[in-house]
Design a protein around this ligand. Structure first.
Ligand code: GLA
Length: 411
């Protein structure tokens, strides 16, 4: 299930930061190096595999044999958890099942832990799908990120029912929010290692630090963020609490988010970390911009999670996101444009993982999906096949995979 996204989700970024990818590839992360565990393949081992080149969407005919691919969760064990977004149905499908079992040390629910499937009505919950994911994680020793408690796109109307002119209205909505969070966090206590308590609360432009169009903001003003964090902490003081947002690498948007964080910290609200979604593209942002975002969070004594990473092969103009016009045309497999896109994507992935590994504050890095056979970017911002992940449509490691596990691999 996919929710409609904010129209200008990434247009702002693409329009304002057209630095070349190559300038980002030097690392930008203060000399970060890859963890060494598990990596044995190199580009020179190439050739033998016919499976990677014959199977679908991998671009290069010289990728290493897939059977030599190290498990990401082992390779990066000294750095951070390796996460993948999934819903219960996909966990048993091919190639997702094998990839999750081999590579993932963390799973994020793509949709089944959001308030619209779970919060049926006031005090009535449907945990069936979410519990199935919990069960898959527990059976296979995979940690689970809680995602998410409060988000404007998945806020059922019953939270806001009532007469907004009534003097008791704010208290009524506050009580519903507190009860929902208390019940849900209590239900999953001991089963998730963190919660994205509030998703996407930051303002879209300079007019406000806050997303004022959120029904939560409309009902409660900015206080809803603190109310949610305190309720989550009260229900489970041991689980790590996050605010999760996109475009955190954009200095202007991040300044607004950091102002929200500063205010929360001044008030003593419980907050452990910031989630950086990183729905990005091959040419934006630079690794240096991401590095700065991680540093700004560290300066506030918080930890970093990369929560929804995917790297679109389309470097669309802003208009594609603000009005779905000017979106780039489909790039087909087997073309030189596709080969170039896979190379640029691999270099972008490498630059970013170099930065992530250079920060001990980065505790978890999650891709928004598992393999290219299942990605929300096939329908957003327009319907067009995309290939944003580390594994191709058949589940074979792409250039991007080899680029992050093997510094000697040349994409
Ligand atoms: C946002 C949400 C995610 C997911 C993605 C893409 O980033 O945080 O839960 O819905 O959009 O669909």
């Amino acid at each position: 299930m996919r929710e409609a996204q904010p129209l200008n989700r990434r247009g702002l970024l693409v329009g304002t930061a057209a630095m070349t990818l190559l300038s980002a590839c030097g690392g930008g992360g203060g000399g970060g190096s890859f963890s060494s565990g598990g990596s044995s393949s190199s580009s020179s081992s190439s050739s033998s595999s016919s499976s990677s080149s014959s199977s679908s969407s991998s671009s290069s005919s010289s990728l290493p044999d897939p059977s030599t691919a190290p498990a990401l969760k082992t390779h990066f064990a000294a750095n951070f958890k390796i996460g993948m977004a999934a819903d219960p149905a996909i966990t048993s499908q091919s190639p997702s099942n094998a990839l999750l079992l081999k590579h993932a040390s963390s799973i994020t629910a793509e949709s089944v832990m959001k308030a619209d499937p779970i919060g049926v009505s006031e005090g009535v919950y449907n945990f069936t799908q979410a519990d199935a994911l919990v069960s898959f994680c527990q059976t296979n020793g995979i940690a689970l990120r809680g995602h998410n408690l409060v988000w404007h796109q998945t806020a059922p109307n019953w939270f806001f029912a009532g007469n907004t002119a009534d003097p008791g209205y704010k208290a009524l909505v506050t009580a519903r929010l507190q009860k929902y969070i208390t019940d849900v966090v209590t239900h999953f206590k001991g089963q998730v290692y963190c919660w994205d308590v509030v998703n996407e609360c930051t303002g879209e432009d300079a007019s406000s630090n806050y997303r004022t169009s959120s029904p939560w903001y409309t009902a409660l003003g900015p206080d809803y963020i603190e109310i949610a964090l305190r309720a989550a902490y009260a229900a489970d003081p041991t689980v790590a609490l996050f605010i999760n947002d996109y475009s955190t690498e954009d200095p202007a948007k991040r300044a607004r988010l950091m102002a929200i964080v500063d205010d929360l910290q001044k008030k003593g609200a419980p907050l452990n970390g910031i989630g950086h979604q990183l729905h990005i593209s091959t040419s934006y942002p630079t690794a240096a911009a991401v590095d700065q975002a991680l540093k700004d969070v560290e300066a506030r004594s918080l930890i970093n999670h990369v929560t929804e990473l995917d790297i679109s092969i389309y470097n669309d103009p802003a208009s594609c996101y603000t009005g779905a016009s000017g979106c780039l045309a489909q790039i087909n497999t087997g073309t030189s444009a596709f080969t170039a896109a896979m190379q640029a994507q691999a270099l972008q992935y490498r630059a970013l993982y170099t930065v992530f590994a250079a920060h001990s504050s980065v505790k978890s890095v999650t891709t928004w999906g598992i393999a290219d056979n299942h990605t929300w970017l096939d329908t957003y911002p327009v319907t067009r096949t995309n290939y944003p992940l580390l594994f191709d449509t058949s589940g074979n490691p792409k250039s991007a995979f080899w680029a992050i596990v093997d510094p000697s691999f040349t994409p």
